[in-house]
Design a protein around this ligand. Structure first.
Ligand code: PAF
Length: 254
């Protein structure tokens, strides 16, 4: 009999026994950003599971949820082409058997600004669904994009706090040649809105003061939710008509 009294020892043993599943959790409407996560997972794991679930609890705006693009056939085609082993596409009733009576709440300092303040309840929904997926799938690694850097960091800290034996891996934001970060919400932009979205991306990457950025965006009919600097990282969220776009990157210091 083996007696284990430390969590780290238990974790080492569990790793030896456990297979190699990589998880890419998505809400569908797959694009090259998701493809990059899938490719990293396929390169590092025996099995890659892609989850597609538009998680209702993380939407604090009913219209945003209703309008969220859901091109399921196209997504399945992309997943197959990328070489995903398993697509997990559950129904909300199954993932929330007790409705939403149990949830993960975070009071980490990261929740006190940007998305944490601007979208009340959003991170509770994200952390709750990710906890469910990590418990169900028990992946060795799970992959998240840098565009949602606050989300990635909170998931990583949650996994550490609850001794979840999954490595939370950060993957670089994929951008169009124009500089616009890829996002499922880009699918909702018409040609003119897309031009404003590109202007948004160029402006925040243009080495301007935050005040100047805000001024330029406003003159292009782009509504600013926030543009803030935290720990040498710029975070921005804007609304183009009713489409909300976010972006973030580290500020290079010379
Ligand atoms: O980034 C997303 O697409 C979602 O927030 C996630 C991580 C899949 C949770 O629903």
């Amino acid at each position: 009999m083996k007696l284990i009294t430390s969590v780290s020892e238990l974790q080492i043993l569990q790793k030896e026994l456990c297979g190699s599943i990589g998880l890419v959790a998505t809400m569908g409407c797959l694009h090259e950003g998701h493809a990059a996560l899938v490719k990293e997972s396929i390169a590092a794991n025996k099995i890659t599971i892609l989850s597609i679930f538009v998680n209702p609890t993380q939407f604090n705006n009913a219209n945003d949820l209703k309008n969220y693009p859901k091109p399921i056939d196209e997504d399945l085609k992309i997943a197959r082409k990328l070489g995903v082993d398993i697509v997990f596409m559950p129904q909300p009733e199954e993932l929330y058997p007790n409705k939403y009576h149990f949830k993960i709440t975070a009071t980490d300092p990261l929740t006190t600004y940007c998305e944490g303040v601007s979208r009340p309840g959003h991170y509770e929904g994200v952390l709750s669904i990710i906890m469910k997926l990590l418990n169900l799938i028990r992946p060795k690694k799970a992959y998240f994009g840098e565009k949602d850097f606050q989300q990635y960091t909170l998931i990583k800290r949650m996994a550490q706090s609850f001794f979840i034996d999954t490595e939370i891996v950060l993957c670089a934001t994929i951008r169009e040649p124009s500089g616009l970060a890829l996002s499922s919400r880009n699918a909702r932009l018409n040609t003119e809105q897309k031009e404003r979205a590109v202007f948004f991306a160029k402006t925040i990457q243009g080495n301007l003061t935050i005040e100047k950025m805000k001024h330029q965006l406003k003159t292009h009919d782009i509504q600013i939710d926030y543009i803030e600097l935290h720990d040498n990282r710029l975070y921005a969220a804007v609304i183009i008509d009713d489409i909300r776009l976010i972006d973030t990157f580290t500020i290079k210091t010379t």
